[in-house]
Design a protein around this ligand. Structure first.
Ligand code: SF4
Length: 365
């Protein structure tokens, strides 16, 4: 239940008991958190984990959360697809989304009877804000009969205008599925222009794309990758498919955050560079002790709005509830559920850079 005196509960000090209770987390994060910071983090982690039990709550933490959140309080961690599946499965009464607003909406869409909280309502996304439901309706008028495949990084209203959702982990699979189901040779894949261009190189299905971009991944350039390679010739370079196609072409591997994680943990490269949001490398590094992580990366200002402090306040004060109009949620759920119902790929989906088709033009709206 919410605190009787919201925001006034004093945090416990860093006692020996709390130090002992959080020792396993400290072992995971000690390379990224100073002992001084830990004295502040540990009591919060302890308090949050107690509040979760009291409130029958779970925390879904995205790969771009800082290590104190990811390893300290996340019950389920992963990429958008993994978190969406967990939101649909959990029997907790409360879901706290340690991620951005569209992720919290997706959880609410899949779990309409649960209370979904986001610790900061301003945690948005440049992709989600690049497109509206009215834009999608206009596209349908312009391309009648073509299926609309929508990246999960969109608002509930946009998902409601969609035929099927996708994530970077399954976008190629979903595009090919949609083309087969609709009996067409072109699909709309919105709103990320770069993801659309990278998917277009993996399939013979024609792609019509929107001009949305992730403000984190659009900043990387092919020149950045060449400079990294020159400075660190032994490093393996892994890039996220929201990066421009020229960046992907220069990388050794491209895949979702889950695919990058798998790559590092199974192949154990000596040195690696993750071309994505900065916290990703910190989180994987905790479990990949044999690998040296080089750190050219960009911060997502939206993801970084979520902190241990505001997660604690969210549970304590029961804020901020994320709601979705039931009629919108119903239609959006169909689109998300069609994606979830697809069989999981036999191996973690990756973008095949060896067999990629080059110089593929997509139609940009
Ligand atoms: S990293 Fe990019 S896609 Fe992800 S939330 Fe931030 S702006 Fe949006």
């Amino acid at each position: 239940m919410p605190s009787a005196n919201p925001g006034t509960a004093a945090l416990p000090a860093f006692t020996p008991e709390i130090e002992a209770a959080t020792a396993a987390v400290w072992e995971k994060v000690r390379r990224h958190v100073t002992p001084m910071e830990w004295r502040l983090h540990a009591p919060l982690i302890h308090a949050i984990n107690q509040l979760k039990r009291e409130r029958n709550a779970v925390i879904l933490a995205h790969n771009y959360m800082t290590p104190d959140i990811f390893h300290g309080v996340g019950d389920y961690v992963g990429d958008s697809l993994g978190l969406a599946r967990e939101a649909a499965r959990t029997d907790a009464a409360v879901i706290v989304q340690a991620g951005v607003h569209f992720m919290a909406e997706t959880s609410k869409i899949l779990s309409p009877d649960k209370r979904v909280l986001i610790p900061d309502l301003k945690a948005g996304c440049s992709l989600a804000s690049s497109i509206t439901a009215a834009d999608v309706r206009l596209m349908r008028e312009r391309y009648p009969g073509l299926p609309v495949v929508t990246y999960v990084n969109t608002s509930a209203e946009v998902k409601a205008e969609t035929d099927i959702c996708c994530t970077s982990a399954n976008a190629v699979q979903v595009v090919e599925h949609a083309a087969r189901e609709w009996g067409v040779d072109r699909v709309l894949l919105i709103p990320d222009e770069f993801l659309a261009r990278n998917v277009a190189r993996q399939t013979s299905v024609g792609i019509i794309a929107w001009r949305g971009r992730c403000e984190v991944h659009e900043q990387f350039t092919a020149e950045d990758i060449r400079e990294i390679r020159e400075a660190h010739p032994g490093a393996e370079i892994l890039a996220h498919p929201e990066c421009p196609a020229e960046v992907i072409a220069e990388a050794d591997f491209a895949g979702s955050t889950a695919a990058m994680n798998d790559y590092v943990l199974t192949r154990k490269p000596r040195q690696v560079v993750l071309i994505t949001e900065c916290s990703m490398a910190d989180n994987v590094a905790a479990d990949a002790v044999e690998t040296e992580f080089l750190r050219p990366c960009n911060l997502c200002p939206h993801m970084k709005r979520i902190t241990l402090e505001n997660i604690h306040q969210a549970l304590l004060e029961d804020r901020y509830e994320v709601t979705v109009d039931p009629a919108v949620a119903l239609r959006a759920r169909d689109a998300v559920q069609r994606m979830i119902d697809l069989p999981p790929p036999a191996v973690t989906a990756r973008y095949d850079l060896v067999r990629a088709r080059h110089h593929v033009d997509v139609e940009l709206i």
